[in-house]
Design a protein around this ligand. Structure first.
Ligand SMILES: Nc1ncnc2c1ncn2[C@@H]1O[C@H](COP(=O)(O)OP(=O)(O)OP(=O)(O)O)[C@@H](O)[C@H]1O
Ligand SMILES: [Mg+2]
Length: 204
């Protein structure tokens, strides 16, 4: 089977705060960046991605005003603000060719995101080629997804990637050091494998 092309404009968004948008956007930029030139567009006025990557780290970060258009030919990962209504999130939704919606492994967290899903489905009516997935983040090592979560995911109206990102201290270490898990050597191998699985599944 031929792999699909990597997304050229990948938006990481959720209306709910703290689900791992910035963490995953940084890691995905680094992972995609091993394959193609890639930059992280910091669309969140909180500026967390710029703080994370701005101090000479290995991930190239673009301020919001430079994060659109051609971007010098680079692929872009957009770290969105935690709101569907925010103009930058709206614009990302309209211009992305793929969307990842990180959710914590709790049905409560999913239910908080239904309005985003409505917005995504409306956009997919307009642009059927737009791909979108939920991505479970912070799955506890050793714990399987609960039956309640599987049911909630099924009802949610967006497919979930099989690949999940586990809760690992190394993601926080990477943020503290201003780098991605790809820069942290063998101790980050499991985290790198999480992110690689996400990237590979987006190409199937
Ligand atoms: N897989 C993970 N393992 C461990 N910690 C994680 C993981 N993903 C995110 N975190 C931590 O959870 C917190 C929230 O993550 P992050 O800031 O990436 O979320 P966010 O969705 O961007 O938040 P906001 O909505 O405020 O922009 C951070 O402290 C981050 O280090
Ligand atoms: Mg964030």
């Amino acid at each position: 089977m031929t792999a699909r092309a990597l997304p050229r404009r990948l938006a990481v968004l959720n209306a709910k705060g703290g689900t791992g948008k910035t963490t995953l956007a940084v890691q995905l930029t680094a992972g995609l960046g091993r394959r193609v030139p890639c930059a992280l567009g910091d669309l969140d006025p909180q500026g967390s991605a710029s703080q994370w990557c701005g101090a000479g780290g290995t991930v190239r970060v673009l301020a919001a005003e430079h994060a659109w258009g051609d971007a010098g030919g680079a692929h872009l990962v957009w770290d969105c603000p935690p709101s569907v209504e925010h103009p930058a999130a709206q614009r990302a939704l309209q211009q992305a060719d793929a969307l990842l919606v990180p959710v914590l492994p709790s049905p409560l967290d999913l239910w908080a995101s239904w309005r985003l899903v409505e917005a995504i489905r409306a956009e997919q009516q307009r642009r059927p080629e737009l791909r979108a997935w939920l991505l479970i983040n912070q799955l506890e090592p050793g714990s399987a997804l609960s039956a309640a979560m599987h049911d909630a995911l099924r009802e949610f109206g967006l497919p979930a990637l099989q690949a999940v990102v586990r809760r690992r201290a190394i993601y926080r270490t990477a943020a503290l050091q201003g780098v991605s898990v790809y820069d942290l050597g063998p101790r980050a191998a499991a985290a790198v494998a999480d992110i690689e699985a996400v990237i590979e599944e987006m190409q199937t």
